[in-house]
Ligand binder design. Structure first.
Ligand code: SF4
Ligand code: SF4
Ligand code: FES
Length: 424
């Protein structure tokens, strides 16, 4: 457990919770736009900014991403926080002046007119729609495109109409600005892709009902089930119910592993997606590295050899290179983690993925990875080894037997490098 103060109130909460969760437990309301507790935190809007004081040093952080730490003091409504929040609201309002939720926030914070030049965007790029579609539906019908001023939400691969969207409306439901509207004609490709007797009800695809075919040609407004769903759950069903196919991460010692992924001995994971491979770092690596400040990655089209340095993580003044679990060509890099590397620490298995690769020797390389019980055994072995290693160099393990946070600050350069060489 971790003890901290929020707005001068003491709170004890489990390690790994965020400041936002701790504040909620105390009944302190911090405004958010890109947060939903059914989705991974993303840190896009910064509206939840608070001030954190650690050993007399103060800094502003996004409370939805920032984990609680022993002894910190948090201010959610001090002068600096309010000033920062006002600027954030001004910037958002300048981008999307017609959006009601931003107009209401501006009113609440006494902002009459933004000082910045006005645009006419509905979308604030909070990524809620992308996350709900990927994380809760497992579909990924929409995603971010472009960078900087050209960044927008779109259908992957430049398609005009998605052939995988099930029209569940979860993206519309979570969008805080109303930027996404459902057009049922846009489901024509999806409808055409099934024969009349194989049209699974979209609630079956979400894992809400076990078996049901759609008798309504996916015109859900004609269906009683659809009308009852939201009333039953009090929220969109995609947020209330986990996909049946979605397996919970498993706790192995103090680390989490996702049962459907393959793992390398150097603590990266690999997921097969339509003949391509997505890769990232596992929870063991995340815990060892701590909060990631920066990441150096390969370029698109770079070739990667199995075992070579594939990315470099930077935390404080320490660095850690990790090794490629397979051979292939980089065809995509997660631009979200380049913009905000803390996403890797917050969600290493999902929105914190790092590359998509075109593999060269898929079947051969996959055989060298660990899966299921083998992955678990390996993790137990490495967990024991890590504990022994840390106690041999005099690093205290926390009361719950967990690896203490911010290891990189507690080890000498030599100790750090030896640890990285041994485990990655
Ligand atoms: S309607 Fe559902 S499946 Fe389609 S993009 Fe939105 S969340 Fe994804
Ligand atoms: S469409 Fe809505 S939910 Fe999606 S990024 Fe834009 S504002 Fe956020
Ligand atoms: S709610 Fe935390 S950054 Fe948006």
């Amino acid at each position: 457990m971790v003890n901290l103060k929020i707005d001068n109130q003491d709170i004890e909460i489990q390690e790994g919770a965020t400041i936002l969760e701790a504040a909620k437990k105390l009944g302190i309301k911090i405004p958010t736009l890109c947060y939903n507790d059914a989705l991974s935190p993303y840190g896009a809007c910064r509206l939840c900014t608070v001030e954190v004081e650690t050993n007399g040093r103060k800094r502003m952080v996004a409370s939805c991403l920032y984990p609680v730490r022993e002894g910190i003091k948090v201010s959610t409504n001090g002068d600096r926080v309010i000033k920062a929040r006002k600027i954030i609201i001004e910037l958002l309002l300048a981008r999307s002046p017609d959006v009601k939720v931003l107009q209401d926030l501006a009113k609440e914070y006494g902002i009459e007119k933004p000082r910045f030049s006005l645009k006419k965007e509905d979308c604030i790029l909070c990524g809620m729609c992308v996350r709900v579609c990927t994380e809760r539906l497992g579909i990924g019908a929409i995603g971010f495109e472009g960078r900087g001023t050209t960044r927008k939400i779109g259908i992957p691969f430049g398609l005009e109409e998605s052939d995988v969207c099930v029209g569940c409306g979860a993206c519309t439901y979570v969008c805080p600005t109303g930027a996404i509207q459902m057009e049922t004609k846009a489901l024509s490709k999806f409808r055409q892709s099934f024969g009349i007797n194989e049209r699974k009800c979209r609630y079956m695809m979400m894992g809400v009902v076990d078996y049901k075919l759609c008798p309504n040609n996916y015109e859900c407004w004609r269906c009683d089930i659809d009308q009852r769903m939201e009333e039953t759950f009090g929220t969109h069903p995609a947020l209330a119910v986990k996909k049946t196919a979605e397996k919970e991460p498993i706790k192995v010692e103090e680390f989490l592993i996702e049962p459907d992924l393959f793992y390398s001995a150097g603590h990266t994971w690999v997921k097969r997606i339509n003949g391509r491979l997505r890769i990232g770092l596992d929870d063991f690596a995340r815990r060892l590295i701590g909060s990631i400040d920066d990441i150096k990655v390969k370029n698109i089209n770079d070739e990667i050899k199995r075992g070579e340095d594939v990315w470099q993580l930077i935390c404080g003044r320490r660095q850690a290179a990790m090794h490629a679990p397979i051979e292939g060509k980089v065809i995509d890099t997660n631009i979200d983690i380049l913009d905000n590397p803390k996403i890797i620490s917050a969600s290493p298995y999902r929105i914190g993925w790092i590359y998509t690769l075109e593999p060269y020797n898929l079947e051969e390389d996959m055989k060298k990875l660990l899966f299921g019980i083998k992955a678990k055994r390996y993790l137990i072995e490495h967990s024991n080894k890590l504990h022994q290693r840390l106690s041999s160099i005099g690093v205290t393990i926390t009361d719950g037997g967990q690896i203490a946070s911010a290891l990189h600050q507690r080890l000498s350069d030599k100790e750090w490098q030896e640890l990285i060489n041994e485990f990655f």
